[in-house]
Ligand binder design. Structure first.
Ligand SMILES: [Zn+2]
Length: 47
């Protein structure tokens, strides 16, 4: 019996998003295709 060892580890690296300049480091900006936006204060910036 041949034992096949699959040592493929698949993991997603944590994406670090920018913190909101208005709300502080506790609030991260949501990533969009062409902009980043804050869901708390409505701040957004173009990429
Ligand atoms: Zn904000």
């Amino acid at each position: 019996m041949a034992e096949e060892k699959k040592a493929k580890k698949k993991f997603k690296p944590y994406k670090k998003t920018k913190p909101c300049p208005k709300c502080g480091s506790g609030v991260r900006l949501a990533e969009h295709a062409n902009r980043r936006s804050c869901g708390k204060c409505g701040y957004f910036e173009k990429k």
